[in-house]
Design a protein around this ligand. Structure first.
Ligand SMILES: Nc1ncnc2c1ncn2[C@@H]1O[C@H](COP(=O)(O)OP(=O)(O)OP(=O)(O)O)[C@@H](O)[C@H]1O
Length: 237
């Protein structure tokens, strides 16, 4: 379970998050939506201890991330697929992390298989990977320690249609087997298909949350998103 409890974050005069509260239950996928600059990455970074909230708290499995024992085996995180070392091979990156987590090398082969990165590709340096391949590697990295919670920032970005279909199946299977998934994305139609619940933010504030049906009341997610974010911009102007 993931819980944001009245989280605010100020960067000097920028209010990146403003009193954000929501919960992601185990066994479900929550789509975290908002326009560019809405505060999604800031919230995820706070959740995994990379940034401190100005006020409020964010917890995973009932505790702040930094207080979890061996967080890598409890929470799988993909925040920036482009951040992987370009000079290392995909396999090296996973093997190093597996060693740190005390996992056998066989787990590296398992996750490479799960994300569909072929043995030949895994032996190439990441600098030569396409964005879609980096995303697959990032998901493999997040899954390595068999975590029960996944925090994924735009994991489908750069994936081809087959990759998006694969990602949908993977996340659905994980949620159905009891995992907690927080997924940010700009791919509204995709989120509509895969998410159990939606949290929509704009200008750092939660604009709406609930199931797609609760939010849309007959409209599709894109229409709801455009209306709510336009309203938020009007009230801020
Ligand atoms: N380190 C930082 N210093 C100053 N301001 C920041 C910092 N990180 C984020 N911000 C600001 O906080 C706000 C929220 O940014 P954030 O990256 O969380 O948005 P986002 O919803 O993830 O956007 P995108 O969809 O473009 O990735 C923006 O106004 C951004 O400029």
């Amino acid at each position: 379970m993931i819980e944001f409890d009245h989280v605010s974050k100020l960067y000097k005069d920028v209010k990146a998050l403003d009193d954000v509260s929501f919960t992601v239950e185990a066994g479900s996928i929550t789509g975290f939506l908002g326009p560019n600059g809405a505060g999604k990455s800031t919230a995820m970074r706070i959740l995994v201890g990379l940034s401190r909230p100005t006020s409020g708290s964010a917890t995973v499995l009932g505790r702040p991330y930094t207080e979890l024992g061996c967080p890598g085996s409890q929470v799988g995180v993909l925040l920036d697929a482009g951040a992987q070392h370009p000079g290392r091979t995909g396999r090296e990156i996973l093997t190093l992390s597996a060693m740190l987590l005390g996992l056998p090398k066989s787990r590296v082969c398992e996750v490479l298989d799960m994300v569909g990165l072929a043995a030949r590709e895994s032996r190439r340096t990441v600098g030569g990977y396409s964005l879609g391949m980096r995303q697959r590697l990032g998901v493999a990295h997040a899954l390595l320690g068999r975590p029960k919670v996944l925090v994924l920032d735009e994991p489908a970005n750069g994936l081809d249609p087959q990759g998006i279909q694969w990602m949908r199946g993977l996340l659905r299977n994980l949620a159905d087997s009891g995992h907690t998934v927080l997924l940010s994305s700009h791919l509204l139609h995709e989120v509509e298909r895969v998410a159990d619940r939606i949290v929509m933010i704009g200008r750092g504030r939660v604009l709406a949350q609930g199931t797609v049906d609760e939010l849309g009341q007959g409209r599709d997610l894109e229409q709801t998103f455009l209306e709510l974010t336009a309203n938020a911009n009007r009230s801020a102007a």
